[in-house]
Design a protein around this ligand. Structure first.
Ligand code: DC
Length: 236
């Protein structure tokens, strides 16, 4: 039997991962999706998995503190992504998981270690050739510790609140800047203070502060770092 070629048996080489972690409303999802599109890589929005799990729990009447029941629910979840939409049991969940309330619920259940463990392999299963770009809080630290490029993408809390405000107003939704800023800071604090996979910049992640960058500039910076990685190593 011919041994598998090393480049195909090593997922770090055959399916490299670009992990983009950072706080809420930093724009990491938009940047990650555009980088994936530009490279022809797969994209995983890991926050959507936490959001849809919280949504499914609430729909099923499972308390957001019931760690055992939440972990069981997470394991059984019939969830798939298609063209940027999230489907639960074959039905699109749409904007139901995108409101501030859904983000808060996701952040609450995300602090529970058994729930995180139940979602771990599901997230890892998104790794596929020719590569994956993913965003979240622990993509580089826990889910894909061997990611070829790790980025900690952030912006000041004020700038993030402004961006979220414009996004909500743009959708014709009600928004209050002061409340958004307070909620963002609360969510950051909870995501960073939890003991299970807290939001953090790991030593091997590069910092991308987008406070004064637009989306195209942030995307370009990630692509430049990626080209540098590829040039320096045998990735892809
Ligand atoms: O990225 P987001 O705002 O859609 O994520 C919603 C919440 O889910 C976030 O406040 C914390 C949690 N989360 C997490 O704990 N780990 C991830 N990898 C992604 C999200």
């Amino acid at each position: 039997m011919t041994p598998a070629s090393p480049s195909l048996s090593n997922p770090n080489i055959s399916s490299p991962v670009i992990a983009i972690d950072g706080p809420s409303a930093s724009g990491k999802g938009t940047v990650a999706a555009l980088v994936a599109q530009s490279l022809g890589f797969h994209y995983l929005d890991s926050g959507a998995i936490y959001r849809v799990t919280a949504y499914a729990a609430q729909s099923a009447g499972v308390a957001l503190e019931d760690e055992t029941a939440l972990a069981a629910l997470a394991r059984a979840l019939k969830l798939h992504f298609d063209g940027g939409e999230v489907f639960l049991d074959g039905h699109p969940v749409g904007d139901a998981i995108r409101c501030e309330e859904a983000g808060r619920s996701a952040s609450r259940i995300a602090a529970l270690p058994a729930l995180r463990l139940a979602l771990l392999e599901r997230q890892r299963a998104f790794r596929a050739a020719p590569g994956l770009v993913t965003d979240g809080r622990d993509m580089g630290s826990v889910v894909f510790p061997d990611a070829a490029l790790k980025i900690f993408l952030t912006a000041s809390a004020e700038e993030r609140a402004q961006r979220r405000y414009k996004q909500l107003i743009g959708k014709g939704l009600d928004a209050n800047l002061a409340n958004l800023l307070r909620d963002l800071k609360e969510r950051d604090a909870r995501d960073a203070a939890r003991s299970a996979a807290p939001l953090q910049q790991t030593a091997d992640a590069v910092l991308l502060d987008t406070t004064s960058l637009n989306i195209q500039q942030a995307v370009q910076q990630v692509l430049d770092w990626w080209q540098l990685k590829v040039a320096q190593s045998s990735i892809v």
